[in-house]
Write a protein that binds this ligand. Structure first.
Ligand code: KG4
Ligand code: ZN
Length: 343
């Protein structure tokens, strides 16, 4: 990297957060503005894509203005525009992509489309100045559960993925069944801290032909069965115990597979660093359990602060920086790609 600073305006609108950030040289977050739509979607028990798109359109200019103001800069100080173009909900993604294109076109700035999951992974660089590839990252979000070998800043190899529900999806579905509302992950996390994690025995799924892959639908169904059985017997179920048992079952599998992946990876010298990424990385049980597993094995462990685990634009600014350095530039034909895969 030469001595000239590179300042990126990043935009994220793949789901229900309208976010903009200004990031300098990939590691320094000058601002991180987020408008959360949680209140809007709460009454529906989940994200309503069309309402999310409309909210993004309403909010995006204010959010960008707030990010620029907080960073103390104007669009003239920005060197490139980074934007999430997938995966995510098509309507919400189109709002961010169109906005980014309009700014890039009007101000004659380079445009860099960013993969949302790469953004989550790159969130780790914000607060860990020494972190550099290669390392292993457990990505656990609302839509994805991946074990990723981060070979270099823009070079990723997916080692394992979920066969059915993503971890966050399982948290949200179980929370809804228990009657905790939306978004469920954070509510289960809170309730679990008051419960007994050994109260219910829940199954841990194993995929024979791909032992690193995940499957959470069995754990989720077992929780639903416990709830149904209690209802049929007119028995009151302890929600805190059920939350704690569910969270432990999910966390145990996530940590076990991460450690197994580390053991199975045939990398010269071995990987000695593990990171967490995505909304479920904000889970206190997962954070503690992964920290302990890494400490026990003498591994280096990094995780973003909770605000950089859930959706934000700072992470897109970081990923966009490394893509920019690698020469990635998108044209005016950049489109939303709802099912963009990680490769
Ligand atoms: O990464 P994210 O903000 O959005 C996606 O890219 O999907 O992840 C959202 C997911 C939701 O399923 C939410 O319930 C979950 O992250 N989540 C949590 C916690 N905070 C957010 N799950 C468990 N514990 C938490 N503390
Ligand atoms: Zn996300």
């Amino acid at each position: 990297m030469n001595g000239t600073p590179l300042t990126i305006l990043a935009i994220e609108s793949s789901c229900d957060e309208t976010a903009a950030a200004v990031v300098r040289n990939g590691r320094r977050v000058l601002s991180n503005a987020i408008y959360s739509q949680i209140k809007v979607h709460e009454e529906y028990g989940g994200v309503v894509p069309e309402i999310a798109s409309r909210k993004h359109i309403e909010q995006i200019n204010q959010v960008i203005r707030a990010a620029l103001a907080e960073a103390g800069c104007t669009l003239d100080d920005i060197d490139a525009i980074a934007v999430t173009y997938g995966p995510g909900l098509v309507g919400p993604l189109l709002v961010g992509v169109s906005e980014a294109k309009a700014i890039a076109y009007a101000k004659k700035k380079p445009l860099v489309g960013v993969h949302h999951i790469k953004g989550h992974i790159c969130a780790n660089y914000i607060e860990h100045a020494d972190l550099k590839p290669p390392y292993l990252c457990l990505v656990v979000s609302g839509g994805h559960t991946h074990l990723v070998h981060v070979r270099d800043y823009t070079d990723y190899e997916v080692l394992a993925r979920t066969r059915d529900d993503a971890a966050g999806e399982a948290f949200d579905k179980v929370a809804r069944a228990i009657g905790l509302g939306y978004p469920g992950g954070v509510q289960i996390d809170r309730l679990a801290s008051q419960g007994d994690a050994t109260a219910f025995e829940l199954p841990k799924a194993h995929v024979d032909e791909a032992p690193l892959d995940f499957s959470f639908s069995g754990i989720k169904s077992a929780v639903l069965n416990e709830l149904n059985a209690a209802k049929m017997a007119d028995r009151v179920i302890d929600k805190a115990d059920l939350s704690a048992s569910f969270q432990k079952a999910v966390v145990d599998v996530l940590v076990e597979h991460t450690m197994d992946a580390l053991d199975m990876m045939d990398v010269s010298g071995g990987i000695r660093t593990i990171t967490l990424a995505g909304g479920v990385a904000a889970n206190s049980g997962l954070r503690m359990a992964m920290q302990k597993a890494c400490d026990d094995r003498g591994l280096c462990f990094c995780m973003p602060s909770p605000v950089y685990c859930t959706d934000n634009a700072a992470m897109i600014g970081v990923a966009g920086y490394y893509e920019y350095l690698a020469g990635v530039r998108h044209g005016w034909d950049l489109n939303a790609v709802p099912n963009l895969i990680l490769e």
